[in-house]
Design a protein. Structure first.
Length: 61
């Protein structure tokens, strides 16, 4: 559980840093995401999650 909470905190750090450092490109990315279909966003999310699981598996394996 500690690892999960640490990972969640790291996500907040990275998201917060992105909004603080490059707010303009983040807003443009969000606007572009609104124009995408649910299927393409879901597919991109599943691919990102799969890559994340594979990286954790390789690093912690």
């Amino acid at each position: 559980m500690t690892d999960f909470l640490t990972a969640a905190a790291l996500v907040l750090v990275l998201e917060g840093a992105a909004y603080a450092i490059i707010p303009g490109p983040i807003k443009r990315m969000m606007a572009a995401a609104i124009g995408q279909s649910d299927t393409s966003l879901r597919s991109a999310g599943l691919v990102a999650a799969g890559i994340g699981v594979a990286l954790v598996w390789l690093i912690r394996g």
